[in-house]
Design a protein around this ligand. Structure first.
Ligand SMILES: [Zn+2]
Length: 505
């Protein structure tokens, strides 16, 4: 077996290959088939009901979280509950049962969140930031009523609503939120906290401890709140890391597959495929960890080499990246109301000869980019800098010929890796360093994968924050392999009869 070499930080390639810097905003005339559905509303296709039946379920192991990750979580006791101005706690008077005194501060949090908060504080101190301090944790419904009324009395209701939650609408009532400051305390509840060493460290590292900065700068329109670098929300390491990896700035973005409930692709757990007649089909993920009946969401999807489900412009609605047999690479933006915008060509010429994978490949770029190689085996990273056309590539390796590529985070460390399948069926993890390069030795994480035709990474099939790979075998079966932190977790057959379908990655 040939082992590809790595080149970390190889820098910009001298030669532009297959990249198109020109941003073509409209579908290519004549050549490409429109993928925009005739009617924007997805309609079930009865012809595929039978397919759907066979494409459903086998048992999912009993340990998996049964919550449908596509839905914003409404259970106030869930670590992934979504609470905002339009989603109050239910019941409004909810009080958690496992509050503890966080770090002896007199401020309370739920036990698991408080335990991870300890790790966060330790991490901030160890990093030489000067450390963190606790400002405000759990507030009951009654306490929130006092806080809100106080702000209304000072500022009036309109402004008070941008800085304080109404009772029953506060994350602090979940026991999962903590307002923090720098240890010196001079930036408590002030945006200057975000400019301190401690604040910067928290913004970059909170996800490793299961926290998110819930109200980031520039997203008032989404969250309803002004920038609050101090307001941390515990969501668990899996979900926080998942958000970080995929570049979702807010919990609302994370659940956008549902708030944009009319979008054609609703969830990172859904499967999308094209059948032999070019119909574009979505197979919705079910709460049980399988897939339900096919829904047609487009037509004209023949002449594809491969396609990918990806949030190209990170607007919270899934898009499709299409690698056409005629050599072009195009993005179809998913529309919140359903359907897709016309193709934007993001790469011209030669892409039919490339083997590619798509995903966030460096912390330096928030949007998912393309990693791939021509038959020469030279691996290149093509940044998606603007959510449109790809930028000039950089060489990141050589000797990759014959490998099938899948970007996924094997270690669960928030930096994507490349899972490469060799011609002989070994699946090898090439660990990404988070900055477009590799580090550490490659490790074999599977054998016998030569029977897999397509490996499609997915998110949330077996619960909020979960990750996995759905594999389509040459004989038309589907299997899902859960990804843990450096290991496989769940495993199960999730479909059959997929022989004539082209599964999107
Ligand atoms: Zn707060």
């Amino acid at each position: 077996m040939r082992v590809p070499e790595h080149q970390s930080f190889a820098g910009k390639a001298r030669r532009r290959v297959a990249a198109c810097a020109v941003f073509l905003a409209v579908a290519v005339a004549g050549g490409l088939i429109s993928a925009v559905p005739a009617s924007a509303v997805a309609a079930p296709v009865s012809a595929h009901a039978a397919l759907a039946e066979t494409a459903t379920t086998l048992a999912v192991p009993a340990t998996v979280n049964p919550l449908p990750s596509v839905d914003p979580i409404g259970d106030p006791a869930s670590f992934s509950v979504l609470v905002n101005k339009s989603r109050p706690l239910n019941p409004a008077g909810y009080a958690p049962s496992d509050l503890i005194n966080a770090r002896g501060s007199g401020q309370y949090m739920r036990a698991e969140a408080a335990a991870w908060l300890n790790g966060l504080f330790q991490g901030a101190a160890d990093a030489g930031t000067g450390g963190l301090s606790i400002v405000s944790g759990y507030r009951s419904y009654a306490q929130q009523q006092q806080v809100y009324s106080y702000y209304v009395s000072i500022y009036g209701q309109a402004y008070a609503d941008t800085i304080s939650a109404r009772p029953g609408y506060s994350e602090h009532q979940t026991g999962l939120a903590m307002d923090i400051g720098n240890a010196a305390g001079n930036c408590g509840l002030s945006t200057c906290f975000g400019d301190t060493a401690a604040g910067k460290w928290v913004a970059a590292n909170a996800h490793k401890y299961g926290f998110i900065v819930r109200y980031p700068n520039g997203y008032t329109g989404t969250t309803g709140y002004s920038y609050e670098p101090w307001h941390l929300r515990y969501v668990g390491v899996a979900l926080a890391t998942d958000m970080n990896r995929r570049g979702f700035p807010t919990l609302e973005h994370y659940f956008a597959g549902n708030t944009a409930a009319a979008a054609s692709i609703k969830s990172g757990a859904d499967l999308v495929a094209a059948d032999a007649s070019g119909r574009l089909l979505r197979y919705p993920a079910t709460a049980a960890g399988g897939y339900s009946g096919a829904i047609q969401i487009g037509s004209g999807w023949t002449a594809l080499k491969q396609a990918f489900v990806v949030d190209w412009d990170i607007d919270g609605v899934y898009d499709i990246l299409a690698q056409w047999n005629n050599g072009s690479l195009g993005v179809y933006r998913g529309l919140p109301g359903g359907g897709f915008a016309g193709q934007v060509v993001v790469g011209n010429g030669g892409w039919d000869r490339m083997t590619i994978t798509v995903g966030k490949w460096t912390h330096a770029h928030g949007r998912p980019g393309v990693v791939g190689y021509f038959p020469d085996g030279v691996l290149r990273y093509y940044p998606n800098t603007f959510g449109g056309a790809l930028s000039a590539p950089q060489v990141i390796g050589k000797g990759w010929n014959g490998m099938e590529l899948t970007i996924a985070d094997w270690e669960g460390d928030g930096a994507n890796d490349i899972l490469a399948r060799t011609p002989s069926g070994s699946l090898i993890n090439y660990r990404g360093d988070g900055w477009a390069g590799f580090f550490g030795p490659a490790t074999t994480v599977g054998t016998g994968w030569q029977y897999m035709r397509v490996l499609a990474p997915g998110f949330g099939l077996t619960g909020a924050g979960t990750r996995g790979i759905t594999a389509q075998t040459a004989d038309g079966n589907l299997y899902n392999y859960g990804l843990g932190r450096g290991q496989w977790t769940t495993y199960g057959q999730v479909g059959s009869g997929w022989n004539s379908l082209k599964l999107f990655k």
